[in-house]
Design a protein around this ligand. Structure first.
Ligand SMILES: Cc1cc2nc3c(=O)[nH]c(=O)nc-3n(C[C@H](O)[C@H](O)[C@H](O)COP(=O)(O)O)c2cc1C
Length: 171
């Protein structure tokens, strides 16, 4: 079984990276694990042209293809996102927008291999869980339209930087 753990923060060495690393280490006991950061990939914004609604392909050919290849390799997908202004970071949102060719609300659409399980992890500096739940909602909405079955979620509060990751609180 393969597991992909994606740090959805553009910071490669921050708190999100630390939490993603802890998860990858734990999963490594049972899965072949690949850990990536959204910043490993170079891709443009969705142009909103809707060409993919009739072609199931994007007009742009860039790093999105590699992220999709990683998602397709994985049986379990763990997306770990910090709160940036009570939402996912722009780089991650741009990736979600670029997945519109795979979105199951239009025909034809591209598709990942079936049977994937998704896990959503959100973290933030503030103390209450509500904001994390909004981010988890965004990730699970993405999973739903990509036909990845949401199987687990974790909301971590009071995490400002890397050193806080080990003492993170679930509220
Ligand atoms: C641009 C930016 C916006 C942020 N907005 C929020 C916010 O709205 N609420 C919050 O609780 N934390 C916010 N934070 C704090 C991050 O969620 C927190 O520091 C997290 O641990 C950052 O992880 P990272 O360094 O791996 O990206 C923000 C941080 C940045 C850089």
């Amino acid at each position: 079984m393969n597991a992909l753990v994606m740090n959805c923060s553009p910071v490669r060495t921050g708190a999100t990276a630390e939490i993603a690393g802890i998860i990858a280490e734990c999963l490594g006991k049972r899965f072949r694990v690949k850990a990536v950061c959204i910043d490993d990939f170079d891709f443009g914004f969705c142009k909103g042209c809707r060409s993919c609604h009739s072609t199931a392909k994007c007009v742009q050919d860039d790093g999105v293809g590699q992220v999709i290849a990683d998602l397709d390799w994985a049986d379990a997908i763990v997306l770990v996102s910090p709160s940036y202004w009570a939402d996912v970071p722009g780089q991650f949102k741009s990736f979600i927008d670029r997945c519109t060719p795979w979105c199951n609300t239009h025909e034809p659409h591209a598709a990942l291999k079936p049977g994937k399980r998704g896990y959503a992890v959100a973290l933030r500096t503030g103390p209450s869980q509500k904001e994390c739940l909004g981010i988890i909602g965004t990730i699970e909405h993405f999973f739903g339209h990509m036909e990845i079955e949401p199987r687990g979620r974790l909301a971590l509060c009071s995490v400002e930087c890397r050193k806080d990751a080990k003492t993170a609180r679930r509220r």
